[in-house]
Ligand binder design. Structure first.
Ligand code: B12
Ligand code: SF4
Ligand code: SF4
Length: 388
C-alpha cells in the first residue's frame, strides 16, 4: 500500500473514532458551479444573508486556495443528528416545533472541536507539521458541492445533500489539509427521479425544482428556516400563516423525503440529544418563559444551543406567529402580555397574533387600548390591520 493511501485510511479511522459517521476525501479543484451561485445571489434569493454575497467571499467559494494557499486535499465528515419527535408533535398546534438540528448542543462547537483534534492526530501520523483548517458551516465554502464531489451523495430537489444509505439528517464538517491524499469517487447520480414530495410539501413555496442544468433551486427568502433564524425584522405577513408552529428552523422537506423515511436513525451522539425545554414545549409556556427574560437571561438559558442565534426578540417574534396560528382563547392572555413587551418586533407580531382571534373580546380590547399609547409606527400599523 502506498504511504498516501495508508495515511488516508488512518485519517478515516481516526475520524470515525472521534464519532464521525462517514469520512471522504476530495481535491481542492475549483467549483464547477460558480455561475449558478452568482446568478442565485444576483437574483437576491439569499435575502439578508449578506455574508453569502460579499465579493471576496464569493471568490473564496470558487477557489479554496484563496482560503488556504497550500491546500492539497479536503476531508469531509458527516455527523448524524436525527432525533425522533415526541409522539404527535407536528400535528399538535399547541406545541412549538424546533428543527431537529437545534434541539441539542450547537453542532458548530461539537464538530469543530473534533476536527481540531483530528488535525493534531493527522500531524502525529504524518510525522511532520501539517497545515490545516477546520470548517463547519462557518467559512466561505461550498460544503455540499464538495461533499457531493467526495462521493457523499447527491443534491436533492430540496437542496439537501442526501446519502443513498443514510438520508440527509447529517451535518457536514470540513478539514482542509496541505497533504496530498488520494481522492474518493464523486457521486454522479441524481436519485430523486420523478419524486417531488418535498416540492409539494414545502408550505411556503420556497423550493423551485431543478434548473435546466440540474441544480436544485431554493428561494431562501421564503424558507421557514431563513425566516425564523436568519431574518431579523418582521416576517412578511403572507408567510406567517404557512409557518404554522415551526418556531425555529424547518424539517418538512426532509421529513417527507423517502430516503429519510427509509434510513433515518436516531443519533448516538449525546451532544445532539434534545434538551427537554426544546423538545416540543407548549407555545404558551415557551412564550411566558421568554417574556420573563431579558437578553442576558436568554443568553444564559440557551448557552451552547443553536437557538441563541435568533436572540430573545427573534424567538419571541416566531412564538407569537405560532400562537397566532394556534388561535383560540388559550393564546389570548400571553399574546396580550407580548403586546406590552419592550421590543417593537415582539409587539407587532403579538398584534398580528391577536388579530387572528377576532372572536375574543379581550383581544380586541387589548389591541384598542394599545393603539392609544403605541408610539412605534410599524406596530401601530400591525394593530390597525389586526383591528381592521
Ligand atoms: C445559507 C445556508 C442556509 C440557508 C439557504 C439554504 C440553501 N438551500 O441554500 C437557509 C437558512 C435557508 C438554510 C436552511 C437549512 N440548512 Co443550511 N446552510 C447554509 C450554508 C451556510 C450555505 C449554503 C449555500 O451556500 N447556499 C447557496 C446555494 C446556492 O448553494 P448550495 O445549496 O450549497 O448549492 C450548490 C449546488 O446547488 C451546486 N450546483 C449548482 N449546479 C448544480 C448542478 C448539479 C447537477 C449539482 C449536483 C449541483 C449544482 O451549486 C451550489 C454551489 O455549489 C451551508 C453551509 C455551507 N457553508 O455550505 C448550510 C447547510 C447547507 N445547512 C444545513 C442544514 C442542516 C440546514 C437546515 C436543515 C436547518 C433546518 N432544519 O432548519 C435547513 C434546510 C433547508 C433546505 N432545504 O436547504 C447543512 C446541510 C447538510 C446536508 N445534509 O445537506 C449545511 C451544509 C450546514 C452543515 N455544515 O451541516 N441553510
Ligand atoms: S426547510 Fe421548510 S420552508 Fe424551507 S424549503 Fe424545506 S420545507 Fe420549505
Ligand atoms: S423528497 Fe423526493 S424529490 Fe425531494 S429530495 Fe427527497 S427524493 Fe428528491
Amino acid at each position: 500500500m502506498s504511504p498516501t493511501v495508508e495515511l488516508r485510511d488512518r485519517i478515516r479511522e481516526r475520524a470515525r473514532a472521534l464519532g464521525f459517521d462517514r469520512v471522504r476525501f476530495t481535491t481542492p479543484a475549483a467549483s464547477g458551479h460558480m455561475d449558478f451561485y452568482r446568478r442565485w445571489i444576483e437574483e437576491g434569493a439569499h435575502g439578508e444573508m449578506g455574508y453569502l454575497a460579499r465579493e471576496d467571499s464569493i471568490a473564496r467559494r470558487g477557489d479554496l486556495r484563496l482560503t488556504m494557499a497550500d491546500v492539497r486535499s479536503v476531508v469531509l465528515v458527516t455527523h448524524n443528528y436525527y432525533q425522533r419527535d415526541p409522539p404527535g408533535l407536528t400535528e399538535d398546534e399547541e406545541r412549538a416545533v424546533v428543527a431537529r438540528y437545534a434541539r441539542g448542543d450547537d453542532y458548530h462547537d461539537v464538530i469543530k472541536r473534533r476536527l481540531v483534534k483530528l488535525l493534531a492526530e493527522v500531524e502525529r501520523d504524518a510525522g511532520r507539521r501539517v497545515a490545516g483548517r477546520a470548517y463547519v458551516d462557518t467559512g466561505p465554502i461550498l460544503e455540499r458541492e464538495l461533499a457531493s464531489r467526495a462521493g457523499l451523495g447527491w443534491l436533492g430537489k430540496n437542496t439537501m445533500l442526501i446519502h443513498p444509505e443514510s438520508g440527509s439528517y447529517f451535518f457536514l464538517g470540513i478539514l482542509l489539509l496541505d497533504l496530498e491524499l488520494p481522492e474518493d469517487e464523486p457521486f454522479a447520480e441524481d436519485r430523486c427521479g420523478t419524486c417531488r414530495s418535498c416540492l409539494d410539501a414545502c408550505p411556503t413555496g420556497a423550493l423551485r425544482g431543478r434548473d435546466a442544468r440540474g441544480a436544485p433551486v431554493m428561494d431562501a427568502r421564503r424558507c421557514i428556516s431563513y425566516l425564523t433564524i436568519e431574518h431579523r425584522g418582521p416576517i412578511p405577513r403572507e408567510l406567517r400563516a404557512p409557518i404554522g408552529n415551526r418556531i425555529y428552523g424547518c424539517d418538512i422537506c426532509q421529513e417527507v423525503c423517502p430516503w429519510n423515511v427509509k434510513f433515518q436513525t436516531p443519533a448516538s451522539e449525546p451532544a445532539y440529544q434534545a434538551r427537554p425545554e426544546l423538545d416540543g414545549p407548549l407555545l404558551v409556556e415557551l412564550a411566558e418563559r421568554l417574556l420573563a427574560m431579558d437578553d442576558a437571561a436568554f443568553s444564559r438559558a440557551f448557552r451552547g444551543s443553536p437557538i441563541k442565534r435568533a436572540k430573545r426578540n427573534g424567538l419571541l417574534r416566531n412564538v407569537c406567529v405560532g400562537l397566532g396560528n394556534l388561535g383560540g382563547e388559550d393564546a389570548v392572555p400571553v399574546l396580550i402580555r407580548a403586546l406590552q413587551d419592550r421590543a417593537p418586533l415582539v409587539r407587532g407580531h403579538a398584534a398580528w397574533g391577536l388579530g387572528r382571534i377576532p372572536e375574543s373580546t379581550e383581544a380586541s380590547a387589548a389591541l384598542s387600548a394599545r393603539m392609544e399609547v403605541e408610539d412605534d409606527a410599524g406596530v401601530h400599523e400591525e394593530i390597525a390591520r389586526a383591528l381592521g
